[in-house]
Design a protein around this ligand. Sequence first.
Ligand SMILES: [Zn+2]
Length: 133
Amino acid sequence: MVTNLEEFLKNTKSNTEQLKRILKLKRILKKSEEECDLLLYDLGCELYEEHVNKFRDRESTDELMELINAKRSYIKSLRNELNVLNGRIECEACGKISSCYYDFCPFCGNKLPGSIKESHETDEKPPVISPEE
Ligand SMILES: [Zn+2]
């Protein structure tokens, strides 16, 4: 009884930790998406100015694009972490979300990288059957 209660409290605690992590990630993700939107807006303004004035300020657009690319890959990594915490995985081929227990994407058949099942299986190597002597 006592061990059950301890187990229950332990599980509740780890679930709460996970939920906190998910909420924190969602907050960071929202903020990053807003920042990325602003950068895209700046880039749009820059390109518009260049178009109107027929003057290309390559340095400042390149700088903006670099910032946007960095922000986008950060957003992607946040989304991936959120998916994993929620037991989901994003297919690299079609971009659809499925369960992280699948080896293959149910939408396009692409092999899913690092599925939980797969990484679990590699821990337990199949027994080597030696030929009978
Ligand atoms: Zn797919």
